[in-house]
Design a protein around this ligand. Structure first.
Ligand code: IMP
Length: 171
């Protein structure tokens, strides 16, 4: 696979959209303390921009997930220390593709961590690839059914550092 020539979203478009998402979050939570629960590693650039644009009481939790090879299951590899019980939690995800990872995490957090509320902010949404219906309360952009990279998203751990979104295609 190689990097495509085109750009789906520029750095400027990304910053503008993340700003809009942050304003919406501020409006909806109206000063209620919020825990951003980001999924490693892909959500790191989105998290860093998003959290700095949200004015208010924001805390941070990090979770590393693994989507298993059979494509049907997900598991949790790492959770940072922060008590989520009774907290208003907003999951920060890079992309929702099949929905399997997010579905697993939502069910896990509801069952094990008893948050006061649980919502989802996904920077990208690939609706054509969805296998499980999952809620997305704040969405950055919809993307076509391509393998997108950049702004945290990788192809075999590469391209996470690109400041824009592009895709990979066969050589
Ligand atoms: P899911 O299929 O919705 O469970 O997505 C699982 C994870 O796969 C996402 O959190 C991403 O880390 C990764 N992923 C899915 N689609 C893409 C893509 O187009 N580019 C890069 N990573 C992706």
């Amino acid at each position: 696979m190689k990097l495509a020539q085109g750009i789906l979203f520029t750095e400027k478009q990304i910053q503008q959209r993340v700003e809009e998402m942050a304003r919406q979050v501020e409006k909806d939570y109206e000063g209620t303390p919020l825990v951003l629960c980001a999924i490693l590693k892909g959500a790191i650039p989105f998290l860093a921009d998003f959290m700095r644009k949200i004015r208010g009481d924001v805390r941070l939790a990090l979770i590393e997930m693994k989507s298993l090879v059979d494509g049907k299951h997900a598991s949790i590899l790492f959770t940072s220390s922060l008590d989520l019980s009774g907290q208003h939690v907003l999951i920060v995800e890079d992309i929702v593709d099949t929905g399997i990872t997010l579905d697993y995490l939502l069910k896990h957090l509801e069952a094990e961590r008893a948050p006061a509320s649980l919502k989802v902010a996904a920077f990208l949404d690939k609706p054509e690839a969805r296998k499980i219906d999952v809620p997305i309360h704040y969405r950055g952009f919809k993307v076509p059914d391509k393998f997108v990279v950049g702004y945290g998203l990788d192809w075999r751990e590469r391209y996470r550092n690109l400041p824009y979104i592009t895709w990979v295609e066969p050589e």
